[in-house]
Design a binder for this molecule. Structure first.
Ligand SMILES: *Cc1c(COP(=O)(O)O)cnc(C)c1O
Length: 355
């Protein structure tokens, strides 16, 4: 068995892969492949409806919010959010906690003013800044809930009276959240929801339509909501596989149950990182992510040999991002705890060998 710690596109459950491949051959008794069926058929419309319903159920989305399935990845949301929410003369507040946040605020500058309320850039984003001030006249406050590259995560939503916009690409569906604290949440699906090609947006309806910029139809949340996520041809297969994955999540007991597993998995690995004299974590302990666990070796010369040692045990995808180095073990929902134990065992055996 391969232990896939890749950062994204990520591991999905084996049963989802099996069901998805079956649907490529024949979808739901239609005599057609999921890849050739019209998106306007009742059979496929049912897939979109169920996907949106599962998102609403699993995340407990309250009244007054719309769930939309889009394309373009989280990266298009970096532009789409300010295009819809930030007027030329207004200022949006951004918390800079990494590469993705930096890219998001760069795009926002095209549409209005950006106030970076705090940044941990000078420390290579190894912690989440605290005690920053979000001016009450900001159009919105934007942050990245989980910093996929650096392994930091904000578990609580910074308190503010302005709408909160959150890039939740790499921790959505991993822990219980209170949607009512947000104005807009977006996530590229390929980190914890499904395959690449789908972008999830959850938006509070009342924050839309407040600015009078002309917005291209495809990039206007209101047009996409009105079109029921089918303003144009949606990413049919990505939506289908995401639906299967959300069904799997529901069958596991939903987000609160998977959160318990995610806590257990991350605690086990951090414990080993802190215990094993060869390894050490890269970010401040109170900001540690449950999804992406970054660590390095006390002796950098051992990093290549450890990577090889792990690969020989079918542990793949743990090479760290080039901006941090070392290792990054991404532990999304579908990664079984047995894979975490395989990695921990490898770290212990390696330490025995090089002690
Ligand atoms: C991967 C990632 C992105 C980029 O997502 P795309 O869908 O490739 O545009 C943005 N933000 C975060 C937090 C990510 O992890």
């Amino acid at each position: 068995m391969t232990h896939n710690f890749g950062a994204g596109p990520c591991i999905l459950p084996q049963e989802v892969f099996k069901q998805a491949s079956q649907a490529v051959l024949e979808f739901n008794g239609t005599g057609l492949s999921i890849l050739e069926i019209s998106h306007r058929t009742p059979e496929f419309e049912a897939v979109v409806d169920e996907t949106i319903l599962l998102v609403k159920e699993l995340l407990n989305v309250p009244e007054g919010y719309s769930v939309v399935l889009l394309q373009g990845g989280a990266s298009l949301q970096f532009s789409m959010a300010p295009m819809n929410l930030l007027a030329d003369e207004q200022t949006a507040a951004y918390l800079n906690t990494g590469v993705w946040a930096t890219k998001a605020l760069k795009e926002a500058k095209i549409f209005g003013n950006v106030n970076v309320v705090a940044s941990s850039k000078d420390d290579n984003f190894s912690f989440i800044p605290k005690n920053f001030d979000i001016p009450a006249d900001s159009a919105y406050f934007h942050y990245t809930s989980n910093n996929t590259i650096y392994g930091t995560e904000l578990m609580t939503v910074p308190s503010t009276s302005v709408p909160v916009v959150c890039d939740m690409s790499s921790d959505i569906f991993s822990r219980v959240i209170d949607i009512s604290q947000f104005g807009l949440i977006y996530a590229g699906a390929q980190k914890n929801m499904g395959p690449a090609g789908l972008t999830l947006v959850i938006v509070k309806d009342e924050i839309l339509g407040k600015i009078d910029r002309k917005i291209p139809s495809m990039l206007d949340y209101r047009v996409q909501i009105e079109g029921g996520s089918m303003y144009n041809t949606p990413p049919v297969f990505s939506i289908y596989v995401s639906m299967l994955n959300l069904r799997w999540l529901k069958s596991k007991g939903g987000v609160s149950e998977i959160e318990k597993e995610n806590i257990a998995k991350s605690e086990a690995l951090y414990k080993e990182i802190d215990r094993n004299p060869l390894f050490k974590g890269t970010c401040s302990i109170e900001d540690r992510s449950r999804m992406n666990i970054c660590f390095i070796m006390e002796n950098p010369e051992l990093e290549k040999p450890f990577l090889k040692f792990a690969e020989d045990r079918d542990i793949i995808g743990i090479k760290g991002h080039r901006s941090v180095g070392g290792f990054r073990a991404s532990m999304y929902n579908a990664l079984p705890i047995t894979s975490v134990h395989a990695l921990i065992d490898a770290m212990q055996e390696f330490a025995e060998k090089y002690r």
